[in-house]
Write a protein that binds this ligand. Structure first.
Ligand SMILES: Nc1ncnc2c1ncn2[C@@H]1O[C@H](COP(=O)(O)OP(=O)(O)OP(=O)(O)O)[C@@H](O)[C@H]1O
Ligand SMILES: [Mg+2]
Length: 519
């Protein structure tokens, strides 16, 4: 039993909430959870736990009686912990109950139970027992008690089976949530530990083979002084790679300076990089040290290097080849010991062919070439990145870490991410803000472009109206197609869909998809 099981999170699972409603409506039974020690969870300790049951309602006004019943429930649920499968039992007070153990692997987390009913086959006997038992606890309410006993739900064998099945669905859902939470945190911990010790890339997440290949290249070249050209689409993490190269090199104690070559016009860029002397041009009121000089001993990162003009490239080439430069307006040649890293999202080779990038400059920069893969080519990194950003948001905002539910995660995985990691990062931050204090992030808050994209994959699916209706329609369609494809093999389909068999059966009924109804 993990003591840190977040019981209140189970209450937020849609299936749990919906089944609670269904069980309440059909059987007048409220389902409850207990932990491995038999303590009620999900409702405050010692509080009213079956508000739907007429006797519970009477007992709540009486501390002693209620205490007895809670103790009874606790004892019987503790007994259930040892049970491997659902069981029906009789409380000392005469009520029947169904309880299903919650088991993740070989650990018992607790159980889910529904109690406060009577079995049809022993109706008279149970009623008289309840009357005696509760009557002793509440002697003053004899008359009311008789009326209340008449209202107790009486279930026949089939109904008890149905109740058990529904409670099992609740348990399945809780188990799968518990598993995915522990899998996710396990994965993230494992990954951070691995990266932390291997590379010290504290801020880089990615376990895909593409990223692993990149990490080992980074590891191999970080300590040399060679120029590195980093290629990759927008927002793939080029700057992060440049920083990893610097902070894992012997230069790490000196400066890492970034200059965005696309952000300056040619004159300004020259003065920015090489500095200028007082009076070199209008506005040059005093001498200025350039970035090459400022980065002496460290690393200079030429970002968006594809945006430098041809003449600027000549000047850059000189520094790269000779390590010397001349500040604007000066005649004095200066020297700096700087490692140059460069990045671009442009295809420099093509630019060379087209005559817009100097060939000698290209070969000088491209001594070592690192390509950062696009996110769509390493989708397995998406859940890890999402967790990473969720944790960072929680830390920065001083709030508990949120979780993305299954449906939302699927949609995030299906998106093409033209803006790569930066786009994903922004989306996760947006989701966190929109979810407010909710711990679970659902797909309701996803940006329009992500929602739309998913919809176009299922032509014919409604794209207007309530999200809930659209999701149900999609669910129905998936199940219907799946049933036909698998020849009504529910176990196989449930496995494919990642839900329990009982869960699938319930959905098949809900959408009236039984074989005879749809064929
Ligand atoms: N592997 C990763 N793990 C964690 N965060 C990442 C990763 N890759 C990128 N990021 C984050 O995504 C954002 C974009 O990364 P970065 O600025 O390094 O990309 P870029 O390729 O330089 O983007 P641009 O093309 O816009 O210059 C940053 O906030 C960065 O922290
Ligand atoms: Mg960048």
């Amino acid at each position: 039993m993990s003591d840190n099981t977040e019981w209140q999170d189970f209450e937020k699972l849609i299936v749990v909430r919906r089944l609670r409603e269904v069980i309440g409506k059909w059987f007048h039974i409220q389902i409850n959870f207990t932990d491995a020690k038999g303590f009620l969870r999900g409702v405050p300790e010692g509080k009213f736990f079956n508000p739907l049951n007429p006797i519970s309602q009477a007992i709540t006004n009486d501390d002693k009686g209620f205490g007895d019943c809670v103790a009874e429930a606790r004892k019987t649920t503790v007994d259930t912990m040892g049970a491997k499968s659902p069981r029906t039992y009789r409380c000392k007070s005469g009520f029947s109950a169904v309880s299903v153990p919650i088991k993740v692997g070989s650990r018992y987390l607790g159980c889910v139970f529904g109690d406060g009913f009577i079995l049809k086959e022993s109706e008279a006997e149970q009623k008289s027992r309840i009357e005696n038992y509760i009557g002793r606890l509440l002697p003053k309410q004899e008359k009311e008690l008789k009326a209340k006993i008449a209202e107790i739900p009486v279930l026949n064998e089939k109904e008890v089976g149905y109740l058990t099945e529904l409670i099992t669905i609740v348990v399945d859902e809780m188990v799968s949530m518990q598993k995915s939470v522990s899998d996710q945190s396990h994965k993230v911990n494992q990954l951070s530990a691995e990266l932390g010790t291997r590379f010290g890339f504290a801020n880089m997440v990615g376990k895909s083979s593409a990223m692993q290949g990149l990490y080992s290249l980074v590891e191999r070249v970080c300590d040399s002084d060679t120029t590195v050209l980093i290629n990759g689409a927008n927002g793939t993490g080029k700057e992060l790679i440049a920083k990893a190269l610097h902070y894992n090199s012997k230069r790490k104690k000196s400066k890492f300076i970034t200059v965005n070559c696309g952000a300056f016009n040619e004159n300004l860029l020259e003065s920015e990089l090489f500095g200028h002397v007082k009076g070199a041009f209008t506005g040059a009121a005093k001498d200025k040290v350039g970035l090459f000089e400022a980065a002496d001993g460290g690393t200079l990162f030429l970002d968006e290097v594809g945006d430098t003009s041809m003449s600027m490239q000549v000047k850059l080439l000189r520094v790269l080849q000779e390590g010397t430069f001349t500040p604007v307006g000066s005649t004095q040649v200066k020297k700096a010991n700087v490692r140059v890293l460069a990045a671009t999202n442009k295809n420099l080779e093509k630019m060379v062919q087209e005559g817009t990038f100097r060939e000698d400059m290209f070969y000088r920069l491209n001594v070592i070439n690192l390509v950062v893969p696009s996110l769509k080519d390493r989708k397995e990194d998406i859940p890890l990145l999402i967790n990473h950003f969720l944790e960072r948001y929680a830390k920065n905002s001083n709030k508990p870490v949120k979780v993305v539910n299954k449906d939302c995660m699927t949609r995030l995985m299906d998106h093409e991410w033209p803006g790569n990691v930066r786009e994903l990062e922004n989306e996760v931050e947006r989701l966190c803000v929109l979810a407010g204090d909710d711990k679970e992030i659902t797909s309701d808050f996803l940006s329009g472009r992500i929602q739309e994209k998913t919809n176009t994959q299922y032509p014919g699916l409604r794209v207007h109206g309530r999200l809930k209706d659209a999701l149900e329609q999609l669910e129905k369609q998936l199940i219907r197609e799946g049933l036909e494809r698998t020849g009504w093999n529910k176990s196989r389909l449930a496995k494919e869909l990642g839900i329990s068999r009982a869960g699938l059966i319930m959905k098949v009924e809900k959408y009236a998809l039984e074989k005879r109804k749809i064929s």
